[in-house]
Design a protein around this ligand. Structure first.
Ligand code: F6R
Length: 365
């Protein structure tokens, strides 16, 4: 069932254009309006909502971080994102004016389910973004958005993440159009751009050899650090998690602006730094962060938009993603990071689909 691929993970990485396409196209009517069948939030419901909590674990939490940005930007509602194991024990401000969004591939993650129950008990409206149809999280929610990723077998989540991102954009846009917080024109522009993403993911997958080559040159590193600003820092966290869970390399991610506040002390000759520089309004700032680490001897792999070639002057290697608007880059910029993690793990001889100590579905605390 790996259909000729060496591992489920690489098969699932390749299934992303299709998954993202399905998640989107099943929700667009013939006039390109977003129609969310499983979500019954009316204009009155939304007017009441004064706060959104997005709660999840691991990769799904990273999708939630991007969701926050989309909901705040498009629908203008304040959003907090929390990991489920923290949320459920910290007595958060949740009431009947709260929208609680649970994000979960399996729909069976114990902490996420417990957080959902706690929020429900306090009167929140519960919306879930889930991949597995009929799972516990889906069953216990008022509204459900199914990501159409198809079964995800590899422990490391890839296609679930990109379809969760698409889900978050669609939910945010749908809220925005219901609430009237976005002009018809801006809304149509974002929807049109969303439609280009599957093809753009395909294009990045076409550069696979270049990424494999980089991974083959870098696999013996014992630590790697990821940095970015704005939305990129969320993707940096996801790239870092992917790398550590399947290759066992000690990796972590920081907001690049935090470098000077501590982390730069770790940079020495040859330290591998993955720098995400896809946000136009933060590009210059990222270039100076790249210079800072370069000046201390780091080897920098940057991820940038095709249109921004400046990074080549400072970074050692640049992996390009096709141009898109700043808000939508995470669906693209994560792809080279998934591939990088995959090829590094393969080069290190790791059991890619079944990393040690990890289970696909975490149904215990
Ligand atoms: C990482 C990974 C985990 C899951 C997390 C949540 O690649 O797969 O971090 O994202 O355990 O699982 P779900 O989404 O099933 O709730």
């Amino acid at each position: 069932e790996k259909e000729g691929y060496q591992h489920f993970m690489i098969k699932e990485i390749h299934e992303q254009p299709k998954g993202v396409h399905e998640t989107l196209m099943r929700r667009l009517d013939k006039d390109h309006n977003i129609v969310l069948d499983g979500i019954k939030l009316t204009k009155e419901d939304l007017e009441k909502i004064n706060k959104v909590y997005i709660v999840a674990c691991g990769t799904a939490y990273h999708a939630g971080l991007v969701g926050r940005y989309a909901i705040e930007k498009f629908a203008k509602i304040p959003v907090e994102v929390d990991v489920a194991s923290e949320f459920r024990y910290r007595d958060p401000f949740v009431d009947e004016n709260t929208l609680f969004i649970a994000v979960s591939q399996s729909g069976e993650t114990l902490d996420t389910l417990a957080a959902l129950r706690e929020a429900k008990r306090k009167g929140a409206r519960i919306l879930s973004v889930v991949n597995v149809v009929g799972s516990s999280v889906a069953r216990e929610s008022h509204d459900v958005f199914y990501t159409w990723a198809g079964p995800e077998i590899a422990v490391a989540s890839t296609k679930a993440y990109t379809t969760q991102l698409m889900a978050m954009y669609l939910i945010a846009l749908n809220m925005a159009s219901t609430k009237g917080t976005m002009s018809k024109e801006d809304y149509s522009k974002v929807v049109a751009e969303l439609k280009t993403l599957p093809e753009k993911i395909e294009k990045i997958l076409g550069d696979i050899d270049k990424i494999q080559h980089q991974a083959d040159a870098q696999f013996s590193n014992e630590s790697v650090f990821f940095m970015g600003r704005g939305l990129d820092v969320n993707v940096a966290h996801e790239g870092s998690l992917k790398l550590k869970e399947i290759s066992y390399i000690n990796s972590f991610a920081i907001a690049a602006g935090e470098l000077k506040h501590g982390t730069i002390a770790l940079i020495e000759d040859g330290t591998l730094v993955i720098a995400l520089a896809t946000q136009d309004h933060l590009y210059e700032k990222m270039l100076s962060n790249i210079q800072e680490v370069k000046a201390r001897g780091a080897y920098v792999l940057a991820v940038a938009k095709e249109g921004n070639k400046e990074a080549e002057k400072t970074a050692d290697v640049v992996m390009y993603i096709p141009d898109t608007t700043d808000e939508l880059t995470p669906i693209l910029s994560v792809i080279p990071l998934q591939l990088f993690a995959y090829f590094i793990a393969v080069a290190r001889g790791c059991d890619v689909d079944k990393p040690k100590n990890l289970a696909k579905s975490v149904t215990v605390e």
